[in-house]
Design a protein around this ligand. Structure first.
Ligand SMILES: [Zn+2]
Length: 464
């Protein structure tokens, strides 16, 4: 048989699997003709049939024992884990759960693209076993729909795309200085009409669930709230100049925000985690406000940052009372141990919070902010560093002994200068590198090997 210069197909996958054991044999695609799928996995089986069809290979679903492709759950595998066994006669695909099968398919699509690179009649697969499960439970992407709005259809494309690269968290930034995008009964709809309807939210949640993606909605507070305060100036320190921060000494403001949070939880009944923002609030308005100063004194505190922390804790307790879990951006404050903290300014934030027992997500900006330009030709703000896919791949890692509290990683696409039509290109250019960081074992990472696999997949026309 001809030597194939591209190497073993099983070593061509992104993210790199935990374990690959090639046998040196080959399976000719000609011999594959049928797939056996347990009834509970029927909808997933159809997806695989379609993937084969895409490459011109017709494969029919059968109940017969001698099917050449089989699909099964294997509860001994990790929940998101999967296994593919390719022998000279058959392909067996196993998942620890439906999500595991879904992730096995994402690997299968790459195997198909590499195997069918010479066309249907010459197609083959290398034989062997691949066993895989993710390094991190939290593999996220943040999309900012407040600065620039994206249509429901664009959001669906984004969710499908990230799921193909095995991300499982869609962190949705829905409120900021430029807009509040939920169909609220409390906040009037924006004049430009750019907000989601209840029906949109349901459709997006259903699509996310079907792709094993969890939605984490965010209401940023007490800063980043200019839009809400322009409409409700009575909750600002100075109603004539509402600014960006809610007044911390205004009980009406606290009640208002809790109502918005309760409404948000109603919009996202299946989201166990609610993000409360908490970043970049200025203290100047609070320092000059008699209400804030009185609240500070009454609470027996000396600094406005402490009062802010007390406010954030009150909001996070509200979320807990409603049966959800709070998450915040990292600041200098300490949060109750049940709050998830998202590091964004530096890896030191992970070290600083570690002793307090919080679970943490790594979104450090110089590693994972996808609004930064991927190369020198992309538009940027003057202060933005360049963030190539190599920079993403070589992202800072916290010390290994802190891994027990590191929930995972999340890339963030802020949209100050990213209109809707640039959203997908901004994500796609760095997504494979990010996906490998999120999924693969750190000891298996190698930039040159990653580049080889990426170029190979691109060369055979693989797109997620
Ligand atoms: Zn105030």
């Amino acid at each position: 048989m001809t030597q194939i210069e591209t190497g073993n197909i099983l070593n061509g996958l992104i993210p790199r699997p935990a374990r690959v054991i090639p046998t040196g044999y080959r399976l000719s695609v000609d011999s594959l003709n049928s797939i056996r799928v347990p009834s509970e996995l029927q909808h997933l089986g159809n997806k695989l049939v379609k993937s084969f069809q895409y490459f011109g290979k017709v494969i029919r679903i059968t109940a017969s024992e001698d099917a050449t492709v089989t699909l099964d759950l294997d509860r001994t595998l990790a929940a998101e884990g999967w296994k593919i066994e390719i022998s000279q006669e058959a392909i067996h695909i196993y998942g620890g759960s439906h999500a595991g099968i879904f992730y096995a398919f994402s690997a299968m699509r790459q195997i198909l693209a590499l195997g069918f690179a010479r066309g249907n009649s010459l197609a083959f697969f290398d034989c062997g076993t691949i066993e895989d499960n993710p390094r991190f439970e939290w593999r996220g992407l943040l999309l900012d729909s407040a600065r620039h709005f994206q249509s429901k259809e664009k959001l669906k494309e984004v969710i499908r795309l990230i799921a193909d690269w095995r991300l499982n968290v869609f962190h949705w930034h829905l409120s900021d200085a430029q807009g509040f995008r939920l169909p609220s009964d409390i906040v009037p709809a924006p004049e430009d009409g750019l907000c989601y309807t209840r029906k949109d939210l349901k459709e997006i949640a259903a699509l996310a669930a079907e792709h094993f993606v969890r939605i984490v909605p965010e209401l940023d507070m007490p800063g980043h709230s200019n839009y809400l305060l322009r409409r409700f100036p009575q909750y600002a320190c100075d109603p004539l100049h509402p600014g960006a921060e809610f007044c911390l000494g205004n009980t009406g403001a606290r009640f208002f925000i809790k109502s918005l949070l309760s409404e948000m939880m109603e919009f996202f009944p299946d989201s166990p985690i609610i993000h409360l923002g908490g970043d970049e609030a200025g203290t100047a308005n609070w320092e000059n406000c008699p209400k804030c100063r009185a609240a500070l004194q009454q609470a027996g505190l000396s600094r406005m940052r402490e009062l802010e922390n007390q406010f954030m804790n009150e909001m996070s307790r509200h979320v807990i009372t409603c049966g959800r879990r709070p998450m915040v951006w990292c600041t200098d404050s300490v949060h109750p141990a049940d709050t998830i903290v998202q590091a964004w300014q530096s890896v030191n934030e992970i070290y600083r919070n570690y002793p307090h027992g919080n679970q943490m997500v790594n979104s450090v900006h110089y590693c994972y902010y996808f609004d930064y330009p991927a190369n020198s030709s992309e538009p940027r703000l003057a202060w933005m560093p360049e963030l190539s896919d190599e920079n993403v791949y070589q992202a800072s890692e916290p010390l290994a002994e802190m891994s027990d509290r590191l929930f995972g990683v999340e890339a963030c696409l802020w949209t100050e200068i990213v209109p809707e039509w640039r959203v997908l290109p901004k994500i796609i250019s760095r997504l494979p590198a990010f996906a490998e960081n999120a999924w693969s074992r750190i000891e298996h990472k190698n930039w040159h090997d990653f580049q080889r696999r990426k170029m190979q997949l691109e060369a055979v026309g693989y797109t997620a």
